[in-house]
Design a binder for this molecule. Structure first.
Ligand code: BES
Ligand code: MN
Ligand code: ZN
Length: 506
């Protein structure tokens, strides 16, 4: 938050928002009427949503008014339109993405944004979501590229000018920053290739943040899994050279009797195993760990923000390979807790590792509710495309809270049903269950598989196979991994109140 005056800002880029009031006149509280009139006559910028105009004040009539090298005007549309809060938030994030893309195009490393005081648009909202969108939009992953002096080094500084309520706006901007950086950290993990991000790397990351933020971190090794009888994760790991890990991170603020358990699929590469995937597109299966990345980066942000709720994150992690010892179709495995499962397809591996983690986490941490995130099925892409994540839950209250948080974050969730008709598709002749339910409703039968391991605990499953990468194209969502789920989890827990996630006051 800057104490200076906008007029004195002499950096490379200043951003001003311009809107239209209900009478159709352009409004901007920094520019004088004469300039707005000039803009009006120019007819190139009408203040519509998602419109932008880049000016060089030095070269024209703004020279006496502003010191900045470049001026970016961003349209907010008619202010009455801003009545829908979720839409406003999204518009501001998109505006942030536009700021980031202007910075990238012009190799600008520092930018200042002037938070307007327009009627009906509160400065905190602007500060939070423009910050979030800008930082999400500025993301880049260059680790494996050779050093290039011409490459854009990235956005280094985002400064905000605000005339009203500085400290509140500053706090709101900090929330936006926290969410955005967490999602970017998840994108970093996902961008790592299968040989650059293995179960070991997940464990190392968890241990590092555990140390830094005083979170209790435990990593269960293969030998521990054997002792505990975690037959699901061990089965998936059988064809691999890399040992599996089950990462446990506990954030324990003051006791308040509630625990949220987060479980994320940390499959660092999914070849399909013996039920091998076709070569085309197999490369994308390095992203099969996005659920794990989401729960780790979310708990990190939650701990940094010191939210008052106990959270435990579990990441079962292995790759799914086709080595000589690999799991075979027809094999029968025994999960943690004793349920046996007939393997029909070794490519339905996510549910096998999640089942152990869910059963173990619920028994050990006795959570009030459980949320799992997983790139679980191709079927969810057939159902919802790349625009909604699938939401499946045994709790209306938890499902609703999650859907609300997702909608605030621009990460929409669509609930699909569960039910006996679907779980019936998983019946095996030789074991308690089998790991696939045929083609119909593949996303739902996958969730029903998990359902067997959570029992009565309020639980929600997010199938992010369609959104963890190739998510709906937007200015603040790059191509490649999106970091989906991270901001939704953080938002859900920021809004946590005693009993609110389950409808049962503790
Ligand atoms: N990781 C995949 C799901 C996936 C597919 C994610 C495409 C993103 C894009 C998962 O492990 C898988 O292979 N699922 C199978 C299940 C089937 C064999 C029952 C699928 O969806 O095809
Ligand atoms: Mn698979
Ligand atoms: Zn998978």
């Amino acid at each position: 938050m800057s104490q200076k005056k906008v007029e004195e800002y002499s950096g490379p880029l200043l951003v001003l928002f311009v809107a239209r009031n209900t009478d159709g006149a352009l409004i901007c509280d920094t520019l004088p009427d004469s300039t707005l009139q000039w803009l009006e006559n120019l007819k190139e910028f009408t203040g519509k949503k998602e419109q932008s105009l880049l000016l060089y004040p030095e070269a024209g009539r703004l020279a006496s008014l502003l010191q900045c090298r470049r001026l970016l005007l961003l349209g907010l549309g008619e202010l009455s339109e801003a009545a829908q809060v979720d839409e406003t938030r999204e518009m501001l994030r998109v505006a942030g993405g536009t700021i980031a893309s202007q910075c990238r195009q012009n190799k600008i490393e520092t930018v200042a944004v002037c938070i307007p005081s327009f009627p009906g648009l509160d400065p905190e909202t602007v500060g939070e979501y423009v910050t979030e969108g800008t930082l999400l939009g500025a993301y880049q992953f260059l680790k494996y590229k050779k050093k290039d002096d011409d490459a854009y080094p990235g956005l280094k500084k985002l400064e905000l000018f605000s005339s009203s309520g500085r400290s509140k706006t500053g706090k709101a901007a900090d929330r936006g920053r926290s969410s955005a950086l967490a999602a970017c950290a998840a994108r970093d993990m996902a961008n790592e290739p299968g040989n650059g991000w293995t179960p070991r790397h997940f464990a190392k990351y968890a241990q590092k943040i555990g140390k830094e933020l005083q979170l209790h971190c435990t990593v269960l090794e293969k030998a521990d899994m054997v002792k505990l009888g975690m037959g699901g994760i061990l089965a998936v790991n059988k064809g691999s050279e890399e040992p599996p890990k089950l990462i446990v991170l506990e954030y324990n603020p003051q006791k308040n009797g509630e625990t949220v358990l987060l479980v994320g699929k940390g499959l660092t590469f999914d070849s399909g195993g013996i039920s091998l995937k076709p070569a085309q597109g197999m490369m994308d299966m390095k992203y099969d760990m996005c659920g794990g990345a989401a729960v780790l980066t979310a708990i990190e942000a939650i701990a940094r923000e010191k939210l008052p709720i106990r959270v435990v994150a579990l990441v079962p992690s292995t790759d799914n390979m086709a080595g000589g010892g690999a799991l075979k179709p027809g094999d029968i495995i025994t999960h943690y807790g004793g349920i046996t499962s007939e393997i029909e397809n070794t490519d339905a591996e996510g549910r096998l590792i999640l089942a152990d983690a869910l059963a173990y986490g619920i028994e050990k941490f006795k959570p009030t509710c459980v949320i799992d995130l997983a790139t679980l099925t191709g079927a969810v892409i057939i159902a919802l495309g790349h625009h909604y994540s699938g939401l499946l839950s045994n709790s209306d209250v938890l499902a609703e809270k999650l859907a609300e948080a997702g909608s605030i974050c621009g990460e929409p969730l669509w609930r699909l049903p569960l039910g006996k008709m679907y779980s019936k598709q998983l019946e095996s002749k030789v074991a308690d269950t089998k790991n696939t339910g045929g083609r119909p409703a593949g996303c739902i039968t996958a969730a029903e598989y998990l359902h067997q391991f959570v029992g009565e605990v309020p639980w929600a499953h997010l199938d992010i196979a369609g959104t963890a990468w190739d998510f709906t194209e937007k200015s603040y969502i790059p191509k490649g991994p999106s970091g989906v789920g991270v901001r939704t989890l953080i938002e859900l827990l920021r809004r946590w109140e005693q009993g609110a996630l389950t409808g049962v006051p503790a």
